[in-house]
Design a protein around this ligand. Sequence first.
Ligand code: ARG
Length: 412
Amino acid sequence: MSKKCILAFSGGLDTSVGVKWIQDTYGVEVITLTIDFGQEKDPETIKKKAKSLGAKKAYFLQEKENFVKYFVTPAIMANALYQGKYPLSTALGRFLIAKALVEVAQKEGAELVAHGCTGKGNDQVRLDVAIKSLDPTLKIIAPAREWNLNRETELEYAKKHGIQVLGKGKDDNYSTDENLWGRSIEGGILENLDVEPPEDAFKLTSSIENAPDNPEIISVGFERGIPVRLNDEKMPTVQIIEKLNAIAGKHGVGRIDHVEDRHVGIKTREIYECPAAVTIITLHKELESIVLPKESLSFKNIISEKFSELIYNGFWFSSLLKDIFAYLHSNQRFLTGTIKAKLQKGNIKIIGRESKYSLYSFELATYGKDDKFDHKAALGFIDIVGKPVVAQMQKQLLKLNEKDETNFKLLK
Ligand code: ARG
């Protein structure tokens, strides 16, 4: 009996070519594994396609709920944005694919697993590190990496072997990846940094020009940091994300143009459209601004950045990430409340904030007649808090006789 290889199969160019190439090059049986986490793939079409390429068996897993529960939810709690911009939609999905590949390989008694990643991206790192962490005995095949393919030769190979690519049309000009948390678009004309992304690159969002003139008001209710209500209606987080992708996308919210630093050491440009992710993270941060104390807010930025880097770099199965999860659960325990916003022409304008745990006190903040802040107490506070600055100025800086090269003459 020939050996088996489980191939992560999207139906796109790389993995379609992969089915044929792996059979021919390694002489193994190929079993495909397709996961739907929000791309609304049709199981029958995908399975048929895999079989037509020679796959012996085709798995199709519906993982939308698990994706949101185990991957997107912590990303929301962490306000995860790589380099302050990218909501990590593609990255988060890779760990779920790796886990499923290993599980199916073990079930099928396969010795090999395969994916369609190239040798210069982040995704190969995420998948390989996760697969090796879960089962180091598996051999990993990546046709596009081993073969050192470029898009042109790949298309030629596909043509030569009569391999048709699913979803022909828009995506032909770019390399794309999509799930519930967002869509990534790269390649083609986007590789020129001074070109504005053409409209044919986008699928989930309208341009600012085409977005409606009238604003739309939305509200998101959070419990312990997790979105549980949209416009006052309780619903599963998956559904909130789906609805917000449509609503915010219509208003042109969530387009991101990012020159990012890949883990493999190069700068590349990726365009993202993540309407729900951008909306939810913006509103989530706003809720944190009324519920978390000042020190927690600044510490959260450190956590958020570290969390995003670990995900981006492929270290999902690391103890540091687990420790951060524990921190997030504690950090988010008062993150219950509702934020209201107006979406219009690509903008998210916050117009309402409510939480039973809000630290905002009207009586302390107001300048009106209800003011309860003890203005006189400020004198003692200023005296003590300012002591180190006053002492340094008096004892050192004013006595210093060096030339001021800074052009900031304020020191003397
Ligand atoms: N740059 C993103 C990341 O590393 C997305 C990678 C996949 N992009 C694509 N267009 N296929 O997570």
